[in-house]
Structure formats: structure tokens, C-alpha cells
Design a protein around this ligand. Structure first.
Ligand code: C2E
Ligand code: CA
Ligand code: CA
Ligand code: CA
Length: 277
């Protein structure tokens, strides 16, 4: 009935209002967090499947706040994206990650640091310039930086996105397509993208363990990626059995709790030292 419909709308409005107020509150808290140095990057090792060597690490943002210990990046990054703060944050993330990777570099270990880039950030004019300038300041070799971009970014602005990817390639900066398998990727569009790496979403592994067809899909994706001369990284590798299995099927790099969870910078350095000794 009309009355019931009306009631529904007003309930919906109330929850919308609450949502907006929470958003404003979180935004204020995030600005404070940046000023108070509560945002930190953690680093998760990425392993070369064939040798067990450490390829490098993915930088993952953490918000260390006593009152909201469980606020993960999945919750606060959309807030930063909706108010434009992500560009400022994104540059800070890149800078931290590049300086850290440079500090980890030795004569016999040149880690690749993978940094997540928001679509909003990548579409800003001057994005490639700002990455190059951060690289220059950090003294990190461009080959040691990999930018992770999600499928969503790739889809909407094809021409502009490809141009940006080409500029990054000219600068010898690596690029990865993140969360592969969660969007609308097709073979034809993958062929168009000047990228270096494909990151299989963790949902691939979940489906694999319960589904025999899942294994064939993963094999097909690895074969396709290799035909396109892309490296394949599996993320969310939680067990030794999964790691062995992916290795035997030609997956290039592995990342997940099986090796290590994301670690604070000092713990990451200690972990690397132990693993490489
Ligand atoms: P992502 O890029 O797909 O990152 C991988 C996520 O999987 C991370 O979640 C990581 O902690 C988690 N993970 C790692 N190993 C395992 C495993 O073995 N099993 C399972 N179940 N999960 C595992 P996290 O740190 O909560 O980050 C969530 C998302 O937030 C990231 O997904 C990324 O999209 C975004 N994000 C994180 N840091 C940044 C950042 O600095 N900038 C931007 N733009 N986005 C970021
Ligand atoms: Ca990522
Ligand atoms: Ca991912
Ligand atoms: Ca993800």
C-alpha cells in the first residue's frame, strides 16, 4: 500500500542521514589521523614461487587508532576517495613506500615494492609527474616500484588510462592489474593494456578449493597471462598446499598469510633478515 511505501522511504532517509553523519565524522577523524601520524604502512612479503626468494612487498595502509582498532582500509579509503583527500594521502603512501624500499635495498637484494593506487588518484592531471618526482627524491630505481591498479580504473577511461600506463612504462615503472577476476576483464581488453603483472584476486583460491572447475579456470588464466607476457601473482595464499599447488601450475609469485601477514616496517626488515640468512 501507499502508506507502507511511505514508511519505508522515511526509514531509508533516516539511515541515509546517519550514514552521512558517520561519514563526516570519519572524515574529520582521518584528517586528524594524518596530522597525528596515526596512519602507517605495513608491508606484506611477495615470494617468487619457483625459488622461494623474496620478490618484494606490498604496502598496505593501516590506521592505528585506539578507539577504532578494527577500521581497515576497505572502510576508510572510500571516504578519502569521496572527498578528494586520497590524492594527498596517495602521495604520502607512495613516498613512504619508495623510501622504505630504498632503505631495504642492498647490493644483493633489490625488492620490488607494490603500491595500491586509487582510480581517483591516477586520473588526476600530473599523476605520472608526481610519481616520478617522488621516485627521484627517494633514489629508488623505477624498476623497483610497481603500481597496483584495480580493474575498475581500467574499464572506464580507456584512452586516458592507456596513455597513463604508457607514460609509466616509458619511465620504467611497473604496473599490475589488481583483484583480477572480480570485474569485467576480458581477453581483448587485457591485450590492450600495457601492464606487467596480473594479480589474481583471493576469491580465486576460495573457489578453487571447493570446485574442480575452479582449477581449470585458474590454469586458463595463468596460461593467458603468460601468453600476454604478464607475470602472475596469487594473493590470499593461506596454506602450504595452496602454495605448492600454485607453484606447480606455473604461478610466478605468491602472497598471503602462508608466508606472512602484513608487517610493520621494523618487523618486515627482521622477517627478511631471518628468511634470507
Ligand atoms: P588488496 O590490494 O587486494 O590487498 C590485499 C588484502 O588482502 C589486504 O587487505 C591484505 O591484508 C589481505 N591479505 C593478505 N594476505 C591474505 C591472506 O592470506 N588471506 C586473506 N584472507 N587476506 C589476505 P587490507 O590490508 O585490509 O587492504 C584491503 C584493501 O584496501 C586492499 O586490497 C586495497 O584495495 C586497499 N588498500 C590498502 N592500502 C591501500 C593504499 O595505500 N592505497 C589505496 N588506494 N588502497 C589501499
Ligand atoms: Ca593490492
Ligand atoms: Ca588484490
Ligand atoms: Ca581487494
Amino acid at each position: 500500500s501507499k502508506a507502507a511505501g511511505g514508511a519505508k522511504v522515511s526509514v531509508y532517509d533516516d539511515s541515509m542521514r546517519e550514514e552521512t553523519m558517520l561519514q563526516v565524522k570519519r572524515e574529520h577523524e582521518l584528517r586528524q589521523a594524518l596530522q597525528r601520524d596515526e596512519l602507517k604502512l605495513h608491508y606484506q612479503p611477495v615470494i617468487h614461487a619457483a625459488t622461494g626468494n623474496i620478490r618484494g612487498m606490498e604496502a598496505l595502509l593501516r590506521w592505528e587508532n585506539q578507539s577504532f582498532p578494527s577500521t581497515g582500509p576497505q572502510e576508510f579509503i572510500p571516504i578519502l576517495e569521496s572527498n578528494g583527500l586520497i590524492t594527498e594521502f596517495g602521495e604520502w603512501v607512495l613516498e613512504q613506500a619508495c623510501f622504505f624500499a630504498e632503505a631495504c635495498t642492498t647490493d644483493n637484494w633489490r625488492p620490488v615494492v607494490s603500491v595500491n593506487v586509487s582510480p581517483v588518484q591516477m586520473k588526476k592531471p600530473g599523476f605520472v609527474e608526481s610519481v616520478r618526482s617522488i621516485l627521484g627524491r627517494s633514489c629508488l630505481a623505477p624498476e623497483q616500484l610497481e603500481l597496483e591498479i584495480t580493474e575498475g580504473t581500467m574499464m572506464d577511461t580507456s584512452r586516458k588510462t592507456i596513455q597513463t600506463l604508457e607514460l609509466l612504462r616509458e619511465a620504467r615503472i611497473r604496473t599490475a592489474l589488481d583483484d583480477f577476476g572480480t570485474g569485467y576483464s576480458s581477453l581483448s581488453y587485457l591485450r590492450e593494456l600495457p601492464i606487467d603483472t596480473l594479480k589474481l584476486d583471493k576469491s580465486f583460491l576460495k573457489e578453487e578449493s571447493t570446485d574442480r572447475v575452479g582449477k581449470h579456470v585458474t590454469d586458463a588464466v595463468i596460461a593467458m597471462a603468460h601468453a600476454l607476457r604478464l607475470y602472475v601473482v596469487a594473493e590470499g595464499v593461506e596454506t602450504k598446499a595452496q602454495a605448492e599447488d600454485l607453484k606447480s601450475r606455473g604461478c610466478d609469485f605468491l602472497q598471503g598469510y602462508c608466508f606472512s601477514e602484513p608487517l610493520d616496517p621494523e618487523s618486515f626488515k627482521a622477517w627478511v633478515k631471518l628468511e634470507r640468512s
